[in-house]
Each structure stands twice: as structure tokens, then as C-alpha cells.
Write a protein that binds this ligand. Structure first.
Ligand code: ATP
Ligand code: MG
Length: 440
């Protein structure tokens, strides 16, 4: 992408309305724009990051055996009357009437709708286990939308729903998502900690929130320090191996970790003092096993194969990709701006032309830009007529992992400079060596 032809409205002044660093940096970097309280437009740079996050979420959901579909944002109220949640959900639900005066709502979550889909087609244990997910916009009329994408009213959610014939099966499905979540957050460059959680309005008996530590987090959390250096389950983990997944689950839940809702001060006091972490955290994912809470009232019934019919056992599993854009920034930034982990960076490399208009510099930039692009690297080529200082500042602000600085002085010696945004290290090398390094 040539910056001169891109749409990336950088703000010079730090926006006043933003209270936390991720919100401030996203506005300054031209990643998103508020259209109403808690409702945002994703601008091109922000959308690139969101899409990269969704791609990783998808890969890990698919790897675990979950299957993608897409449910609508608008839902009929009648479905929610069946589960009893239409009245229970309260003011967070945006209720709408269509032109025929039918009660509709903008989905805050999809348990009812997925149960309706399931019961329409599935009758037998032979079709189980099944896990269906989608990535779709949700609306919750939060009392206090704030912190930008962190607590929006309209936000993106990946929500998966598992179906099993019995509790043992459902626990295995839960463990699959548990492991998939650990892998997902690690790939996003985050250290997530699963914490025992309250089940809230979703209901049920088993639940974990995946929390990342950050000073600006809305949750107060307590955990054992060892969580911060645990190894992520490997890519080739066998999701059909019940025992293996149970072992991972047990290891990751054997030490103390709880949000303030579930905090047990006595149990926490038993953690060695030098291992006690008491901090703030951001909830990036939340998983629930709730048994037959929806399948019973909504009559999602399956044959067990042993001469009986039972309501299907369900779980639901949420991740907030739009909140993650902000959460990743909270976890990874410095005074100069965002430091994107490579996996979600909007562009992997920025090529900075330090002397726009100089023929040799332009030619060297073009060659790098084309060469990197040909190897499938996402490159942002700063070919604007701004000065070198402004270009450095922009590249740092938007957090591109590698910057290649190309100017007449270096080129006279056959060199360009490659900067690593995270470490700040800079190295002079030939353009060919830079191409080689960045496409490795
Ligand atoms: P919270 O406790 O933060 O209000 P929740 O428990 O209501 O969240 P879930 O229903 O578990 O949220 O939703 C699953 C995921 O969706 C959350 O883990 C979070 O990543 C994301 N999410 C929930 N509410 C919001 C919101 N208002 N803005 C952005 N993301 C959200
Ligand atoms: Mg939650």
C-alpha cells in the first residue's frame, strides 16, 4: 500500500476524550472513529488488525473441530420468550419493532438462536458432538460504554456453541475450547490466564474467564505468578484425545486464579507470598458449560442410543475480537505508539522514503516495495512528501514491526537501515540483505 493513496487519518493532537492508552492510540493512528457512544467505525488500518485477529481466532476454532456458520444480528423476540430471557435480560437488550409491530431485538448473544437451529435438524447422539460458531456483531446497551473498543455497545464477538449427549461429552467439548483459547491468545501475543468465573445471565455451573493483565483492566484479579510463564499447548495437540485435554485443563486450573467476584482470600493467602499476583485484568474470552439450561425449555432433545431421549448438553464460548484490538495495544505499546505483535500487525513492514523526489531513493524504495510485496509481505510504503522526522513518528505510532529507512546518504554507501519497532535496534545493510531478512 502506498501511503500517498491510502486512507489513514493520523491525528496530530492527542484526543481529549480518550481515557486509556489504547483508545488514545487508536484514535491518533486513524484506526477507528466513534459514531455514537460505544459505536465505532473501523477505518482501514483498524480493520486490517481486526481481520488478522479474526483469522487467528478462526484457525484455532477450526483446528479444535468447531464449524463456522453465520447467524443474523436481528433476532425475533419469541425465541427469547421460549428461554425466558426476553424479560430477564433487561435494559442491555436493544429491543426493536418491525413495520408489522413484531418484537425484534439486536442480538446480545446467540444461545437461543443456535438452540433453535440445532433442534430443527439434530435428533440423535450419532450427530454429536457438534460445535458451531460464528463471528458476528453484537449489541449490548451497556450503562457505561467506555474506553473505546474495550467496552463498546456494538462489538464483534466470536461465539461458539457446543452440543453433547451427556455431561462427560460436554466437559470434553469445554476442554477443547479451553485449549483452543489458550492457543488463540498466545498467537495474538498475549499471556492469558483462565480464571474461575461467575456464570452471570448465561447461567450454568462451569465457567472460566480468560484474562490478560493490564493496569487499565476493568477487573480486579488474583493469581499465582507461575501462570505468566506456562507453555502454550502445542499446535499438534490432539483435540480428540480426552485424557490429554483433561491433563492440560487440570494443569492450567491447578493453581489459584480468580476475579474479584470469585475471590477466596483464604485460598489466595495459601499461595507463597512471592508468587501472589494481585493486579488488574482485561477479560478477552469467557467460556461456559450450562448443561440443559436452554435445551430443556426450548426442547432440543436427542436420542441417547440407549432407548431414551434427553435434552442436549450445551456450552457457549465467547471471544471479543474488537476488544482484543484494544487489549493488545494495552499490552504492547510505548511512549511513541503501538508495538504490534507480528501476527496481527496491519502491515508487517514499512518502507520509508526519506527524500521524496530524489530519483535514486525513489527507485530503491520501489524495488523494495515490489520485492517485499512479491513475497507476500504486507508493506506500507511511505511515499508522502512529509519530512523524515514525521515519517519516523508515524511509523512508530502505527506500530509496524519493521521499518526500512531509505535515504540518499545510506544509498551512497549501498545501505538502507532496518529498524525493529519492538527492540528499537537498527541495522545498516544492503537493500538485497534487507529483502532477504524481511522475507525469511
Ligand atoms: P464483561 O464482563 O466484560 O461485561 P461479559 O461477561 O458480559 O463481559 P461475555 O458475554 O462473556 O461478556 O462475552 C464474551 C466476550 O465478548 C467477552 O469475553 C469480551 O471479550 C467480549 N465483550 C463482551 N462485552 C463487550 C463489550 N461491551 N465490548 C467489547 N467486547 C465485549
Ligand atoms: Mg464475562
Amino acid at each position: 500500500m502506498r501511503l500517498s493513496r491510502y486512507f489513514m487519518p493520523i491525528l496530530k493532537e492527542p484526543p481529549r476524550e480518550a481515557e486509556i492508552v489504547s483508545h488514545r492510540l487508536m484514535l491518533r493512528a486513524g484506526m477507528m472513529r466513534q459514531e455514537a457512544a460505544g459505536i465505532y467505525a473501523f477505518l482501514p488500518l483498524g480493520l486490517r488488525v481486526l481481520n488478522k485477529i479474526c483469522a487467528i481466532v478462526r484457525e484455532e476454532q477450526n483446528r479444535s473441530g468447531a464449524i463456522e456458520l453465520l447467524m443474523p444480528t436481528m433476532q425475533p423476540a419469541d425465541l427469547w420468550r421460549e428461554s425466558g430471557r426476553y424479560d430477564a435480560y433487561g435494559k442491555e437488550m436493544l429491543r426493536i419493532k418491525d413495520r408489522h409491530e413484531r418484537d425484534m431485538l439486536f442480538g446480545p448473544t446467540n444461545e437461543e438462536m443456535i438452540t433453535e437451529i440445532f433442534r430443527a435438524y439434530v435428533r440423535s447422539y450419532k450427530d454429536l458432538p457438534l460445535n458451531l460458531y460464528h463471528i458476528q456483531w453484537k449489541f449490548r446497551d451497556e450503562v457505561r460504554p467506555r474506553f473505546g473498543l474495550m467496552r463498546g455497545r456494538e462489538f464483534l464477538m466470536k461465539d461458539a456453541y457446543s452440543f453433547d449427549v451427556d455431561q462427560a461429552g460436554a466437559e470434553h467439548s469445554y476442554n477443547k475450547m479451553f485449549v483452543a483459547y489458550l492457543r488463540t491468545f498466545a498467537r495474538l501475543g498475549l499471556k492469558s490466564i483462565p480464571m474461575r468465573a461467575d456464570t452471570g445471565p448465561i447461567g450454568g455451573n462451569l465457567s472460566h474467564e480468560f484474562i490478560i493483565l493490564a493496569d487499565t483492566g476493568e477487573s480486579e484479579v488474583f493469581c499465582h505468578k507461575d501462570f505468566l510463564d506456562r507453555a502454550t499447548p502445542p499446535e499438534d495437540v490432539d483435540f480428540d484425545d480426552r485424557a490429554a485435554l483433561k491433563t492440560i485443563f487440570d494443569t492450567w486450573t491447578s493453581q489459584y486464579a480468580a476475579t474479584s467476584d470469585m475471590h477466596d482470600a483464604a485460598a489466595f493467602a495459601a499461595v507463597p507470598a512471592d508468587k501472589q499476583v494481585s493486579a488488574r485484568g482485561i477479560e478477552v474470552g469467557h467460556i461456559f458449560y450450562f448443561g440443559t439450561k436452554y435445551s430443556e425449555p426450548m426442547k432440543a432433545i436427542v436420542a441417547t442410543g440407549q432407548g431414551g431421549d434427553v435434552p442436549v448438553h450445551m456450552g457457549s464460548y465467547g471471544i471479543g475480537p474488537s476488544r482484543l484490538v484494544a487489549a493488545i495495544i494495552e499490552a504492547s505499546h510505548d511512549d511513541a505508539g503501538i508495538i504490534w505483535p507480528e501476527a496481527v500487525a496491519p502491515f508487517q513492514v514499512a518502507v520509508l522514503n526519506l527524500k521524496q523526489g530524489d530519483a535514486a531513493t525513489g527507485a530503491a524504495c520501489e524495488e523494495l516495495y515490489r520485492g517485499l510485496g512479491a513475497k507476500g509481505i504486507d508493506v506500507l510504503y511511505d511515499d508522502t512528501d512529509k519530512g523524515a522526522g514525521a515519517k519516523f513518528a508515524t511509523a512508530d505510532l502505527i506500530g509496524i514491526p519493521y521499518q526500512v529507512m531509505v535515504g540518499p546518504r545510506g544509498l551512497a554507501e549501498g545501505k538502507v537501515e532496518v529498524k525493529n519497532r519492538k527492540t528499537g535496534s537498527k541495522e545498516l545493510m544492503s537493500p538485497a540483505a534487507a529483502l532477504d531478512l524481511l522475507t525469511r
